[in-house]
Design a protein around this ligand. Structure first.
Ligand code: 5GP
Ligand code: MG
Length: 194
């Protein structure tokens, strides 16, 4: 597996430090939503909506830095089936999706691994918005430097990266490499052989 790596784009320490900052920002913004100008009475809970499967490592690291009362509702979206390295359009996998019928009175925070064409985030944002949360924010670990990604509205981005196919830290190629602790690109031969 290590021999398949072409280069490390983001190492585990860089990722960890950035997630510390991101968590601090989310807490600060959440306090402000709960208590605008310091006068509100607060009490609105948060529902995190992680998009499976790529966001699992990111989410597990982030939530342990968020001392907020929260629930988690998973949603599964497929866009890069098997050995594809280009988006094939986003579809929700109903069997793995547990979104409540209503999110009224809750702050929703959608979390994904990477923003590429924007289809996944748009699809999930629409599904969540229909459930009328008190507020809706979106957060991605990575955003690719391509026009579609940069034009997609998103509240939090941990890292902007070049428009390359990356794996590791939850992101896969053909469902492999999710367990790599760093975010990397793969050698050309890996794709040629599948
Ligand atoms: P979008 O819908 O924005 O085109 O793509 C978002 C989804 O596609 C992500 O949740 C991720 O699953 C997948 N994806 C997009 N770019 C990459 C990439 O560079 N590497 C991997 N492993 N998955 C990607
Ligand atoms: Mg995904």
């Amino acid at each position: 597996m290590q021999g398949d790596i072409e280069k490390v784009l983001l190492d585990r320490h860089t990722i960890g430090k950035r997630i510390d900052q991101l968590a601090a920002q989310i807490i600060e913004d959440h306090d402000e939503l709960e208590n605008p100008g310091g006068n509100g009475d607060g009490g609105t809970e948060i529902t995190l909506i992680p998009i499976l499967t790529g966001s699992i490592i990111f989410v597990s690291d982030l939530i342990r830095r968020l001392p907020l009362r929260m629930q988690i509702s998973l949603i599964s979206v497929t866009s890069y089936p098997g050995t594809a390295t280009q988006s094939h359009g986003a579809t929700v996998e109903a069997a793995l999706t547990k979104l409540p019928e209503s999110l009224e009175g809750r702050h929703a925070l959608i979390l994904d691994d990477i923003l590429d064409s924007g289809r996944t985030l748009n699809l999930v944002s629409n599904l969540v918005r229909e459930r009328q949360p008190a507020s809706l924010k979106t957060c991605v670990l990575l955003r690719k430097q391509r026009p579609e990604a940069l034009q997609t509205p998103v509240d939090y981005v941990a890292f902007d990266i070049p428009d390359e196919f990356v794996v590791g830290y939850g992101l896969d190629y053909d469902d492999y490499y999710r367990n790599l602790p760093d975010i990397v690109t793969l050698r050309r031969e890996v794709y040629a052989s599948t």
